[in-house]
Ligand binder design. Structure first.
Ligand code: UD2
Ligand code: MN
Length: 586
């Protein structure tokens, strides 16, 4: 019944998407195992980095230009003046005011009190919930923008309006409420069409439902079964009225004038995806800190998101601190995109479950298919970074992350997917289902290949040497069958590495697997432990003739009988007698 419901929702979403853009792919169902587990968050290196180099302490910022920065802060009414003010909640038990108009009555204290709680305040959310409750629905925060943002040159008079889409699963009520109120209070009303909250089947349906009473612009949708953030965001996007879609997490605080720089950049680059600088809010005490704006998003070959420093080249292209930062990758949670472009470019991959991977997909896709990615230094949004997931993954965290990132690698990374597999071996065997519709999308959008992305968008990314190769003849691969002293032969290439994955050591000309080497024994070839001086283990790969030549015996590695897949050594010459091997990097 549950799977049926899930299929139904995926189906409905897929149908709506098809209506929106004719060839949008439909999602497929995913098996749900019965044993949910909470696992440490290993796949996202945000929090550590935040502590390491993402945070600029306030005094560092001040040092850049003390007078200016202080003047700016002093003139900013949003700046907390006292400790009391910092945590004062002007909306407790009062009528909600939005743009000076009383629109509804909402008892914030009552709402927060009725949130799920645990005696350990870190337990349910992986951040201090009691501290979050204490702060309540709104607080004043430091205006963390660089002082030069105040003197911005952009014209904000003619910006498109945006929907805000926030999906949430078992979010602490105080954090969710504060996220929504910060949007309402710090977004010019004429730029805000609606706030679409998607409750991803949280245990308590009231958490979302009650927020409807906060403001007429709020829409609350609820999944009948948990979908994960990707399908939830699509559901939200399909119900959003704005020309622009702005996605936010459910534990954020928008800073002063946060939306305008994002919208402005979209008027300059309609196919852009634009992110704010994400200020870290500490999970342990909810302290709002100021992030450096001299970093951009990157990734490792295991598909971990990382923050990286701007290169000299990046800095040369920027003349002002307020200039957009071109970034290879976005963190994923907070960004604006034109709705038209979001759907035209294929939205998200609906096969991705729960959490993780979608940020790589949308980043690669956008760059490779004609778009751009920016971080706007003059837009700031605070986000509570946590060290572990507070929620369960029905299929397990590791397995879900492997699946989602494998979808990215298989669809977008071309041959570089092998580097991904070498760094995330578990992904090789995870089931991802049918990827054809996403590959068709890539065809249809006439996207550049991954090499283009690396060359043009992320040239400084280190590409480890391709260490492994397959050695094949007519799509039949040299295979050790995983045995020692056993006849090496041909087996249909299976792209799974293992017994078909070889290392060719150029200097010593040995062809090996781990510490076993291809060895001539009479007319056949077997695997034997490698020995430095063993002349029967040395083969030169001639790249022009495509042969593997053993000079000691003056023989080549040849297919002796293709029908019975027999490989051995035989005559070498240039008249096509010796086998031409295709050596492919994996
Ligand atoms: C980061 C992103 C997040 C997402 C993720 C990769 C930021 C600030 N955050 O992780 O948006 O791109 O990387 O996937 O860039 N949620 C659901 N249903 C679920 C699970 C989560 O709706 O089954 C919601 C959740 O309540 C939250 C949002 O999705 O609002 C993101 O989840 P997270 O906060 O746990 O992710 P985060 O910030 O660690
Ligand atoms: Mn988050």
């Amino acid at each position: 019944m549950k799977t049926v419901a899930k299929l139904f929702l995926v189906g409905i979403s897929a149908c709506l998407l098809i209506i929106y853009i004719v060839t949008m792919p439909s999602g497929s169902s995913v098996l749900i195992s019965l044993k949910p587990t909470i696992e440490p968050k290993t796949d996202f290196i945000f929090p550590q980095n935040v502590n390491d180099h993402n945070v600029v302490h306030q005094n560092v910022l001040k040092m850049e230009s003390p007078e200016n920065y202080n003047k700016h802060i002093a003139g900013n009414k949003d700046m907390p003046q006292t400790e009391e003010e910092l945590y004062h909640d002007p909306y407790l038990k009062v009528k909600y005011r939005v743009d000076q108009t009383i629109v509804s009555t909402f008892d914030a204290q009552e709402y927060i009190k009725n949130s799920a709680h645990d005696s350990d305040p870190m337990k349910l959310n992986s951040f201090d919930q009691s501290q979050s409750d204490k702060i309540g629905s709104f607080r004043q925060i430091i205006d963390s923008r660089h002082y030069s943002c105040a003197a911005r040159a952009e014209d904000w008079s003619n910006l498109p309006s945006s929907s805000i889409i926030m999906t949430f699963y078992n979010e602490a009520r105080s954090a969710l409420l504060r996220s929504v109120v910060s949007v309402l209070k710090r977004t010019p009303s004429h730029l805000l069409t609606d706030i679409v909250l998607v409750d991803d089947c949280s245990d308590d349906p009231d958490t979302g439902r009650l927020l409807k009473g906060l403001d007429p612009k709020i829409k609350v949708l609820r999944n009948i079964e948990r979908q994960g953030l990707v399908r939830s965001r699509i559901y939200g996007a399909l119900n959003a009225a704005g020309e622009v879609l702005t996605f936010l997490d459910s534990h954020i605080e928008c800073n002063v004038d946060w939306l305008q720089p994002l919208l402005f950049q979209l008027t300059q680059k309609p196919r852009g995806i634009v992110s704010p600088v994400i200020d870290p809010i500490k999970a342990e005490n909810l302290e709002y800190r100021v992030a450096s704006s001299n970093i951009k998003g990157g990734f490792t070959w295991a598909l971990h998101f990382t923050w990286v420093s701007l290169t000299e080249q990046d800095n040369q292209k920027r003349t002002k601190d307020s200039d957009p930062i071109v970034t290879p990758m976005i963190a994923g949670g907070l960004f604006s995109i034109e709705k038209k472009w979001f759907f035209e470019s294929g939205g998200y991959d609906m096969n991705m479950d729960i959490w993780g991977g979608e940020n790589f997909e949308i980043s690669f896709k956008n760059w490779m298919c004609g778009g751009y990615l920016y971080i706007m230094p003059c837009s700031r949004v605070g986000h509570i970074f946590r060290k572990k997931h507070p929620y369960t993954f029905p299929d397990g965290n590791g397995r879900t992350y492997s699946k989602n990132t494998k979808l990215v690698a298989e669809i977008w990374m071309d041959d570089y997917k092998e580097l991904f597999y070498q760094n995330r071996a578990s992904a090789r065997y995870s089931e991802v289902g049918d990827v054809s519709s996403r590959r068709e999308l890539r065809e249809r959008l006439q996207c550049n290949d991954f090499q283009w992305y690396l060359d043009n968008v992320y040239p400084e990314l280190e590409i480890p040497e391709h260490k492994y190769v397959t050695i094949s003849f007519n799509n039949w691969c040299l295979d050790s069958f995983g045995k020692t002293e056993y006849e090496v032969g041909l087996y249909k290439c299976h792209d799974k590495g293992g017994n078909q994955s070889w290392q060719i050591n150029k200097s010593k000309s040995v062809v090996s697997q781990d510490d076993l080497c291809l060895t001539i024994r009479n007319k056949i070839l077997v695997m034997k432990p490698c020995h430095n001086g063993n002349m029967h283990q040395q083969f030169e790969h001639d790249e022009d003739l495509e042969t593997l030549y053993n000079s000691y015996n003056d023989v080549c590695v040849n297919v002796l009988n293709f029908k019975s897949r027999v490989v051995g050594v035989g005559r070498c010459n240039q008249d096509g007698v010796s086998t031409r091997w295709q050596i492919t990097k994996v």
